[in-house]
Design a protein around this ligand. Structure first.
Ligand SMILES: *Cc1c(COP(=O)(O)O)cnc(C)c1O
Length: 366
């Protein structure tokens, strides 16, 4: 068969082991997943109330334009309805952008380490991937600018960055955006924007008005606690949306997901309370790292990437045996580190207690 050449040797995305499988494997009653940066508190209680009495007709196709959710998002952000694109998660939007703008002969610039879907999709389209190393865990925007040439089609800025959790300063970001050539598409992936708690952070929404070559990506999967419903969205000037929309599958959000996202968006008090709880949890991790002299990246997200001074995969396995699923740094490209989603205060305390035991066994904390 006439497969795309680039598919040979490619593997599907490797998600963490599901909770039920880990329970069976190690005979555990309780397993906590701190691997995929889901909200440990779930979604707004208003979503649950709605789902209990939902009587929508599931035999008919959803509104492919997601009109009702679109209107809510437009009002929430003060943007026009034609400045929005809805995705089946922001993963879907990453694929749409890639399909629209990347092909053999062009290149795409991104940070290393950053979110794997950028290069994964680019490789499928046969574009050249240019990875620019992080500087102290932060996007090196100057070096990324240097990596851009006349063949560059898309540049990805993950802010805050997954897996390090860091943000770029507003000054460096605005200087970077001013210098990116106008024919290069800039993706500002802000999957964790609701968790940012740095006083120096300035809202980025205005950038899409300033730059007709920029899109902001946000999602209901993280702080909103709706990862299973798969709703993400992009904000860009109407001309960009009009170019991307034909690439989108016609019914890429379900009826239920459109409804719950709209309800969740209205409950900003819930988001604020999750952000506060996340700050408490973050302090638990930072305290642990300081106490044991472990390097960590300052996080503006609901996860922390930190040093374990032991093989990442060993720590990953040992924590899994003890009922915690995390991400091994080896799988993310940084051996000797782990990435852990911030859970509830009790989950974090238990996790750190067990991690202390594992690191003792490994001779790290002795
Ligand atoms: C989780 C994540 C996404 C994807 O989220 P969806 O569930 O597809 O909306 C996109 N970008 C980053 C950086 C993420 O961490």
């Amino acid at each position: 068969m006439k497969w795309k050449q680039q598919l040979f040797g490619m593997k599907a995305y490797q998600p963490g082991k599901p909770i039920e499988e880990v329970k069976k494997l190690f005979g555990l009653d309780e397993v906590v997943k701190l691997a995929s940066n889901e909200n440990p508190f779930g979604s707004s209680p208003k979503v649950k109330q709605f789902l209990q009495k939902d009587e929508s007709n599931h035999a008919i196709y959803p509104d492919g334009y997601a009109q009702s959710l679109r209107t809510s998002l437009a009002n929430f952000y003060g943007v026009a309805e034609n400045e929005l694109i809805l995705g089946n998660g922001s993963d879907d939007l990453i694929a749409i952008i890639t399909r629209a703008l990347l092909y053999p002969g062009v290149n795409t610039v991104m940070a290393d380490l950053s979110f794997s879907q950028y290069w994964h999709n680019a490789e499928i389209e046969g574009a050249e991937v240019r990875k620019v190393p992080l500087k102290n865990g932060v996007h090196d925007l100057e070096a990324m600018l240097e990596a851009i040439d006349e063949k560059t089609s898309v540049v990805w800025v993950c802010n805050p960055n997954n897996p390090t959790g860091t943000i770029v300063s507003d000054d460096t970001l605005s200087a970077f955006l001013a210098k990116v050539p106008k024919d290069v598409f800039v993706v500002l992936d802000e999957a964790y924007v609701e968790y940012i708690n740095d006083a120096s952070y300035k809202d980025t929404l205005h950038y899409f008005r300033d730059y007709p070559n920029l899109i902001l990506l946000r999602t209901f999967s993280k702080a909103y606690g709706l990862a299973s419903f798969r709703v993400g969205y992009g904000i860009a000037q109407a001309d960009i949306i009009a170019k991307l929309d034909p690439v989108r599958a016609p019914f890429n959000n379900t009826i239920l997901s459109q409804q719950v996202a709209q309800i969740a968006l209205q409950d900003q008090e819930y988001i604020a309370s999750c952000r506060e709880a996340n700050e408490i949890g973050k302090k638990q991790f930072v305290e642990f790292c300081k106490q044991h002299g472990l390097n960590y990246f300052p996080s503006q997200t609901n996860f922390v990437m930190f040093e374990v001074k032991a093989p990442s995969n060993v720590v990953f396995e040992e924590m899994m045996k003890r009922g915690f699923i995390i991400r091994s740094g080896a799988a993310l490209g940084l051996e000797g580190y782990i990435r852990v989603t911030i859970g509830t205060e009790a989950q974090n305390a238990r996790f750190l207690q067990l991690l202390g035991e594992v690191l003792n066994e490994q001779g790290v904390l002795a």
